[in-house]
Design a protein around this ligand. Structure first.
Ligand code: NAD
Ligand code: MG
Length: 396
């Protein structure tokens, strides 16, 4: 019998976290859960603890930890409870852990994800914001620690599957011309532009193909998500922004493509279900059943492709500009977007103001070199302050 891999799931109560645990449950011979973390939705975390019996759970605060411990005891579980960022970093770096699913949303995931990287773990990266904020430092930490970084984003996992194993020497060395990053176009691909100012958070979160957390759902509607993914692809695959082309593909069946200099274009196809990239990364370089039904090409029948419309999706243009500017621009873009999306979900700003706010913050904040984690968090904090300031002016 082979030993089971011990897994920490950061962000276990979220959409990616729950899909990860669904795949893990199908393979009790291969995986066991070391730690689960959740920020809110502690009822869900309790259910997950009952199902997976982790050694540790991590919640937000000391008060939450005391109350959650009590609930675990009453449920007859021996799970210990930690809290806060220190707790998250501890379970990400613990010596008995083999792999870490990094599925916290937003900048809050950066320190715990980096803790897993620095401890040389197999890191399954869903938390794209962490990489976007700290790109060069993050990738240097991967090289220094020999961590194995596996992309969970469906597009990046598709690209990873379409590249030969030795692509780390650079795309040119393996004959790659371009990466084609597919995008569904989200719920507003065809909505009249004049209607966009009045769309509600509920409409923005109703993605036609994928079921996801609220922040990434809004990012998918604005295509800020594709912009973050463009930056993510540049870091993961050592590509220039000009080598990454975005293709709108409404069916979300092709998850991305790699274009080689001999004219070959390799694509990865599948049903839009995150359990496929999760299972792929968990078991890499082997393959396991993910629970995803086989792709039925006859019922799909056709695949469409369009150029993205930058008037409809200004966030994509802004992200490309930030990718080209480099240094702190991606961290600034990410922070402004996080504040803007939260404000939109709270009905403090209109949908169309998300892009206006990011543009204003990018124009205001200087582009500086990020040579330490402190510098990354400084740029993040400055951009958040500028975004909050914009909010108070806008809602005068
Ligand atoms: P979600 O909102 O469903 O879940 C987020 C998780 O993060 C929850 O467990 C929550 O408790 C935790 N969390 C939130 N704020 C936190 C904080 N301050 N400190 C600690 N934990 C906190 O989000 P999701 O859709 O699962 O997305 C998670 C990440 O995966 C995001 O970075 C997203 O971009 C990426 N991703 C998601 C999908 C998808 O299909 N959902 C696809 C590709 C990439
Ligand atoms: Mg994606």
């Amino acid at each position: 019998m082979t030993t089971r891999q011990r897994i920490t799931v950061l962000g276990a109560t979220g959409s990616i976290g729950q899909s990860t645990l669904d795949v893990i449950l199908r393979h009790p011979d291969r995986y066991e859960v070391h730690a689960l973390t959740g920020h809110s939705r502690l009822d869900d975390l309790l259910l997950l603890c009952q199902q997976h019996r982790p050694k540790l759970a991590v919640v937000a605060t000391a008060t939450d930890a005391a109350a959650f411990s009590e609930r675990l005891r009453k449920a007859g579980l021996a799970t210990d409870v930690l809290h806060g960022e220190a707790g998250l970093c501890e379970v990400a770096a613990a010596s008995e852990v083999d792999a870490v699913m990094a599925a916290i949303v937003g900048a809050a995931g950066l320190r715990p994800t980096l803790a897993a990287v620095r401890a040389g773990k197999k890191v399954l990266l869903a938390n794209k914001e962490a990489l976007v904020m700290s790109g060069a430092l993050f990738m240097q930490a991967v090289r220094d620690s020999n961590a194995v970084l596996l992309p969970i984003d469906s597009e990046h996992n598709a690209i990873f599957q379409c590249l030969p194993g030795g692509y780390a020497q650079g795309l040119a060395a393996v004959g790659v011309r371009r990466i084609l990053l597919t995008a569904s176009g989200g719920p507003f691909r065809e909505t009249p532009l004049a209607e966009l100012a009045d769309v509600s958070p509920e409409r923005a979160c109703a993605h036609p193909n994928w079921s996801m957390g609220r922040k990434i759902s809004v990012d998918s509607a604005t295509m800020a998500n594709k912009g973050l993914e463009l930056i993510e692809a540049c870091w993961l695959f050592d590509a220039r922004p000009s080598q990454v082309e975005v293709v709108v593909h409404p069916q979300s069946v092709i998850h991305s493509l790699v274009d080689y200099i001999d004219g070959s274009v390799l694509a990865q196809l599948g049903n839009p279900d995150m359990r496929t990239p999760i299972a792929n990364a968990l078991s890499w370089p082997q393959r396991i059943d993910s629970g995803v039904p086989p792709l039925d090409l006859f019922s799909i029948a056709r695949l469409d492709f369009h150029k993205p419309d930058e008037q409809r999706f200004p966030c994509l243009r802004l992200a490309r500009q930030a990718a080209e500017a480099g240094s702190s621009a991606p961290a600034t873009l990410n922070a402004a977007n996080e504040v803007a999306v939260a404000a939109f979900l709270d009905r403090r700003i209109r949908y169309t103001e998300i892009a206006s706010m990011i543009e204003a913050v990018l124009a205001k904040e200087p582009c500086v070199v990020l040579d330490s984690l402190d510098a990354v968090f400084d740029a993040d904090a400055r951009a958040r302050r500028a975004a909050e300031q914009w909010l108070t002016q806008a809602s005068r």
